[in-house]
Design a binder for this molecule. Structure first.
Ligand code: SF4
Length: 100
């Protein structure tokens, strides 16, 4: 069974969101998850939310169904705190850079 986000990966909207998020990662000194399948899933589902609701709602913290009044946008306000505590954000998209 194909994943619901497979269709969106590689589209113009997906790439636009990818670029937006990688810029945030660079600014904050984070990196994306090394597992590409996870990156595709999180960014793909977030892009689907964008296409449906016009904003980048976090796909891992959203209500089911999404609640535009209540659900958080990515980057969420607790991103830095989560990375500090767990080494990555709740969605496992942004990770702390490993020390070389
Ligand atoms: S947990 Fe926060 S930073 Fe991570 S993808 Fe969701 S909204 Fe973005």
């Amino acid at each position: 069974m194909p994943n619901p986000w497979d269709k969106i990966v590689g589209t113009k909207e997906y790439n636009k969101n990818y670029e937006r998020l990688i810029k945030i990662a660079r600014q904050k000194g984070y990196v994306f998850n090394k597992k590409l399948s996870r990156v595709k899933k999180v960014i793909g589902l977030m892009t689907i939310n964008y296409l449906e609701y016009g904003k980048y709602y976090c796909p891992c913290k959203q209500s089911e169904p999404l609640n535009p009044e209540k659900d958080v946008l990515c980057p969420c306000p607790t991103l830095d705190e989560e990375v500090r505590k767990d080494g990555h954000c709740f969605c496992e998209l942004f990770f702390k850079k490993e020390k070389k």
